[in-house]
Design a protein. Sequence first.
Length: 238
Amino acid sequence: LVIQWKEFRNWSLATFAEVIVKDGSQIRRVIAGEEYRSWDWETPTQMSQRTNAVLGMTGDFYMFRAVGIMVYRGQVYRTDPVSLHHLFFTNSGEMLMTKSYEIAEEDVESYVKENDVNFSIAFGPVIIENGEKLPMPNYLVGEFFDDYPRAAIGEVDPLHFIVMTVGKEGPRENQTVTLPEAQQYIWEKGVHKAYALDGGKTANMTFNGELTNDPRYREERTMSDMFYFASAIPENER
């Protein structure tokens, strides 16, 4: 189930989607070129159409910066747990989050194996934990207090998520927001945990292969990755 809507909030326009899936296998990540560190970058709509994604969402643009933990289809490609907070999705669809220094580099492989991690996202930070908004930490990425398009994902219940972008849309070119403002918007939706995704021109959401928010400068950016929600219904039965 996917329900999408838009809200005009304090001179900015937020695009939300509520997503409920039946099984964790429906939550997937795709990297452009299907090989780690491929330079065959694609737009969000290209990746969404190629994977037949129901709803696609910006990830961390892992090729833009060589930091953080990179897990793809259960395989660990990069171990740097100190620089960033991390989001992990397990094969059962559980959304796990860790902060800097919570995992030692030598423990990344065992953490992935013990938690049956399917893929990771390395951007952040963790913005909501146990239903509470967290203060903004000293952090490597994100420019928290500048105005930029923002993206985030939150979990309401197991296999029940809220995803969000906030940016400039429409003829009035509405304002972008700080991360604390975006944090407030998604917290109001009743999520008990949430994580900040890559923003700026990377902040995009797709539905059935088409963009549902206007990217910055109104031009899709080619990028290295995204994550998406897939249908549990076989294609020939839709």
